[in-house]
Design a protein around this ligand. Structure first.
Ligand SMILES: Nc1ncnc2c1ncn2[C@@H]1O[C@H](COP(=O)(O)OP(=O)(O)OP(=O)(O)O)[C@@H](O)[C@H]1O
Ligand SMILES: [Mg+2]
Length: 277
């Protein structure tokens, strides 16, 4: 019997029906993530990282294999699993507090308990004093912190992050990486981070899952056996970075493949993602 909160991906395969047949996106992905673990996922663009998060969050049901949480198959979305995207996806007409409260829309709490949870999560992400601000009054980093608070306010067991800092400048990004680490330690929940930044993956992860494309598979899992806080210039850090990068260089042939046809890209259900929180 798996430990409570264990996430098991068992032989996951996923394909999309496209004009010329089936596009295999994930193939035989098997991975066990223990409660409270921080797992980073890296891989070439198009190798199925976001698709994998969609399966875990419960947005896709048409796939082969199993996604099990506590031994139970995941069916549909749930407050147990929060997600943060590269774009903050805040509602411009709601304040910071209003946006965070949206994460509690379906929670079984009294209005007073909801207000308290929102207050606590504003403090958790360091945004006291900005409760009444609107998204256009925030910096990109602050908006992303609101998105993280919104995903955490319902106390999920698992937080999925799909390139959350991808659109931020290098300094803000480094600061938010430290912040995310602090939040992960404070909350003690499982986090799964998809990133294109190998340093970010190693800085935060207990392990780095390197995926390979067409179809997306796990190429290698690199353990990051380093204590925190991690020093990016330390020899053992750069050794791990080298190991991860080596896996990428083996992919250079597939990276050179031409991009997919526009009609395939257009088939992506953007709207469904926007209301996934
Ligand atoms: N709804 C869909 N219909 C058809 N093809 C899709 C759909 N969603 C994704 N794909 C295709 O699946 C493949 C994997 O997409 P996915 O978004 O998971 O990749 P990714 O690894 O997250 O890429 P990136 O790093 O660029 O974000 C791509 O080839 C993409 O075009
Ligand atoms: Mg993606």
């Amino acid at each position: 019997m798996a430990q409570a909160g264990t996430l098991e991906l068992q032989h996951l395969s996923k394909s999309y029906a496209v004009k010329d047949g089936d596009l295999a996106v994930l193939q035989d992905v098997t991975l066990t993530i223990t409660p409270g673990e921080f797992v980073s996922i890296v891989g070439a663009s198009g190798c199925g990282k976001s698709t994998l998060l969609r399966l875990i969050v419960g947005l896709e049901e048409d796939y082969q294999g199993q996604v099990l949480l506590d031994g139970e198959r995941i069916v549909g979305t749930s407050l147990q699993r929060g997600i943060v995207f590269q774009e903050h996806r805040l509602f411009p007409w709601l304040t910071v507090a209003g946006n965070i409260a949206l994460g509690l829309l379906n929670a079984d709490l009294t209005p007073g308990q909801k207000r308290q949870a929102v207050r606590e999560h504003i403090a958790l992400v360091g945004l006291e004093g900005f409760e009444k601000s609107y998204p256009h009054q925030l910096s990109g980093g602050m908006a992303q912190r609101v998105a993280i608070a919104r995903a955490l306010v319902s106390k999920p067991e698992i937080l999925l992050l799909d390139e959350p800092f991808g659109a931020l400048d290098a300094l803000t990004r480094a600061y938010l990486q430290q912040e995310l680490h602090r939040i992960w330690q404070a909350e003690g929940i499982t986090m799964i981070l998809v990133t294109h930044d190998v340093e970010e993956a190693i800085y935060l992860g207990d392990k780095v899952v390197v995926m390979e494309p067409r179809p997306g598979r796990i190429r290698r899992i690199v353990p990051v056996d380093l204590s925190h806080p991690r020093e990016r210039t330390a020899g053992n850090f750069t050794d791990i970075k080298q190991q991860v990068l080596q896996e990428f260089s083996a992919d250079s042939a597939s990276l050179a493949e031409p991009p997919l046809r526009p009609e395939v890209m257009q088939a992506r259900p953007v709207q469904q993602w926007q209301f996934a929180i």
